[in-house]
Ligand binder design. Sequence first.
Ligand SMILES: *Cc1c(COP(=O)(O)O)cnc(C)c1O
Length: 384
Amino acid sequence: MQFIDLKSQYAALKDKIDKNIHNVLDHGQYVMGPEVYELEQKLAEYTNAKHCISCSSGSDALIMALMAHGIGEGDVVVTTPFTFIATAEAIKLVGAKPLFVDIDIDTFNLSPRLLEETLEAIASNQVTIHSNICNDIKDIKAIMTVDLFGLPADAAAINKIANKYGLIVIEDAAQAFGGSVDGAMASNLADIGCTSFFPAKPLGCYGDGGAIFTNSDEIAAILTSIRVHGQGLHKYENIRIGLTGRLDTIQAAVLLPKLEVLDTEIKLRQKVAELYTSKLSKIAGITTPSTPNGYTSAWAQYTLMAKDDEHRTQIMEHLKNNDVPTAIYYPIPLHEQKVFSSLEYAPYAFEVTSNVAKRVFSLPMHPYLQAEDIDKICKLIETM
Ligand SMILES: *Cc1c(COP(=O)(O)O)cnc(C)c1O
């Protein structure tokens, strides 16, 4: 059994994908070819965002979003410690500091309540666990939310708090493209949204790729310039520092037919998740993922919780011995990572994150997972 099955999707879309790739080989516009612009237009339509700027990866999308808002040296960006390293790495790469706020145990996403408490404490000059990083509320410039495992963060609540403090909200929707909240699409839930087309993401290409979404004409123009070394009116006029941030034409050509089936695939993932949850939620010691009312997850991962560390190891071993792959996203919270030791957070500074990092594990999840396989996995866990 496979954890993620990319071959079934390729088999289903082979004719269109092969034809599109060969078109690129024939027309020869490997960089910023017509497929790139066609894809950007379709992605903007899909998310209802005014602008889509495709780019080289989800990580670069985050870096470019920070750069476009002028965030860098001396600035602080609030984010979650329970995410993939790229989220906080981007903050550090532009010279800013990440300030971590704990998550909600039901959604694994940044807690709006704890976010508000933290900002209030810093604004009123209280001594906090963040004092090493930030004592002055004016240093905080942005909040980077993460739609973890495909479930959008509570953007409505977070945007409201951000407004109160004049902060930009950057949505890391790398895992959530195709997810939504009350019909509003992930990647377009905040001031700026970033997604990834890494092959294993809900909408994946055959290499690296990403996209940025904004409703601001000004930010869109800056992003377009950053994407090509900060270019000005023409290629060899440079007005800011940028990067080589383009999406390859071939990757755009691969993504076009995949975008057409994304909604169908999200529905199939939804069915897989429902089947898992119906069978697993009754088992003692297992906590299945919850989706708040009005939210649609893109189900990048189906992540559940065991009782504790030991219980998790037992289940994962048992599944492995029966040819069922599993994974832990993420075993080490970011504040406990060596690379962020200079932030000087205590190991258990974030209670919920440290708790779930010991208990979470993810089961095989993709649109083409068969009911028999789901049945087998659930029976293995049930009969332990
Ligand atoms: C995958 C991922 C990224 C980075 O995307 P890449 O395209 O691999 O650079 C960023 N944030 C999160 C939450 C991710 O899961």
